[in-house]
Design a protein around this ligand. Sequence first.
Ligand SMILES: [Zn+2]
Length: 135
Amino acid sequence: MRMRSSKVNEFRLWGLAMTMGGMLLMIVGLAGIVFNWGTAGRIIAVIFMIIGMISMMVSMGIYFWAGMLSTSATVIDCPECGRRTKMLGKTDRCMFCKTILTVDPQYKSDADSEASVEAHLPHFHPNRDHEHKPH
Ligand SMILES: [Zn+2]
């Protein structure tokens, strides 16, 4: 699996998408009650609402987990667009321009599927000295 976005953004996107999906399912379930489709409608409504609630809870968990991950992520200035981005693990992509960032070329063999992609891209060495820069 190849991530086209930065990992933090990817998790947030999925968390949000699943929350929306869960809400949509619950709305569909409610429609079963509102339009009075009889016993079958009520059973469908209950099933949809349970699935919706579970997926909402799971996705909110993912969303909060992404938030926690982003606090532990390394904050760096992207060498391509100069904006501040967060980096998860040894290899990640910039949140804004999707440039692949890697801590050190020596970790290249450890990096997952992105290793082949980053081979022809310039490597970036995060420098925490820039962190005094005001936001
Ligand atoms: Zn960038």
